[in-house]
Design a binder for this molecule. Structure first.
Ligand SMILES: [Zn+2]
Length: 335
């Protein structure tokens, strides 16, 4: 009975199609969705390249041969050091280029995530005019479209939402960006990374906005949390206890000791499972005009330091593999 066989085969195939469309449980890279376990050791906040400091432009203009000549060997070096994946935090209007990221990913074998959203720090210099005129729902619709249809004409889909807020109390436009990010999360399940810095008051206000929109702080990354002032560290524990991801992402030679101190504090308060580690490096800054900021220190110096400080291998694994994989897995997280 061939007709029955065909029907049965079609029925068996149907659930697979549904899973692929929703992307729940996957991580969206510039080369498409992967299972979280495929990422390996991951850096959750770096910039392979950016035009930060230059005039806003979307899409950006780069000297592509110069950019690829600088970034490709660096991406291959990261692979040699054992790095499997990078979340690229360069947002629209200051240099995001999904197509270049895909080229670099293909050539190096590194998994790379790009983002949707607008960056509201740097005194809103990189917030496009229309964002001041549209409400959060309109902005979210733009970002959700990038998730569904891809960015521009590239067909490349974002792996997370990136926004930023300025120092001090949350401004009206920055609050709107955070709200738009929450609405986008509700439709997409993408995680929201917000450039916040050492500003506990803003962190708490952002989490309140998420909750107002029915989104759990588990969907939110406190980016640059390492900048928290001495004496205000308990705010990191409070945010982690609420479910937020705490991103200690300013690793360099001068800040390594402070990062170590913060990791040990979070470990002592039982919050290692919410921590992320990265450098905020950049291998092609301001279109190549500024010296690069390396992002290899974690492998070369910081992980050995953590081991010396007594961290066990399962804790190192958690910080460098399990946490980022969980943080960037597409999943709707309701409040
Ligand atoms: Zn950054």
């Amino acid at each position: 009975m061939p007709a029955v066989n065909i029907t049965r085969r079609a029925w068996l195939a149907a659930p697979l199609v549904t899973v692929a469309q929703s992307e729940e449980g996957r991580v969206m890279t510039v080369r498409g969705p992967v299972v979280p376990e495929a990422l390996g050791l991951m850096l959750p906040h770096e910039h392979l390249f950016s035009n930060f400091g230059e005039d806003p432009a979307e899409p950006p203009h780069y000297d592509e041969p110069a950019l690829l000549g600088a970034v490709e060997p660096y991406a291959r070096r990261l692979r040699e050091l054992g790095c499997g994946a990078v979340a690229d935090a360069t947002a629209a209007w200051f240099g995001r280029s999904p197509a270049l990221l895909r080229t670099i990913s293909e050539k190096s074998g590194l998994h790379i995530l790009t983002n949707t959203g607008y960056y509201g720090a740097a005194s809103d210099r990189y917030v496009p005019k229309h964002a001041f005129e549209e409400d959060a729902a309109r902005l979210a619709a733009r970002w959700v479209r990038e998730w569904r249809e891809g960015i521009g004409r590239t067909g490349i889909r974002p792996g997370f939402i990136k926004t930023g807020v300025d120092a001090g109390p949350l401004s009206e436009i920055d609050a709107r960006l955070v709200r738009a990010a929450a609405l986008t999360h509700r439709d997409t399940g993408l995680t929201i990374a917000v450039h916040t810095g050492g500003n506990p008051e803003s962190a708490m206000r952002q989490m309140a906005i998420l909750r107002e929109e029915g989104v759990s702080p588990e969907a939110w990354i406190w980016v640059h949390a390492n900048q928290v002032k001495r004496g205000e560290e308990e705010a990191l524990g409070r945010a982690a206890a609420a479910g937020a991801w705490i991103s200690l992402d300013g690793l360099d030679e001068t800040t390594m000791e402070r990062h170590l101190e913060l990791v040990m504090q979070m470990r002592a308060s039982g919050h290692l499972a919410r921590l992320l580690l990265s450098h905020d490096g950049n291998s092609f800054r301001a279109g190549g005009k500024r010296p690069m900021r390396p992002y290899t220190l974690l492998f070369e110096q910081f992980l050995p330091q953590l081991r010396k400080a007594g961290l066990e291998e399962n804790e190192i694994r958690r910080l460098t593999r399990d946490n980022p994989a969980r943080a960037f897995t597409v999943r709707r997280r309701g409040a």
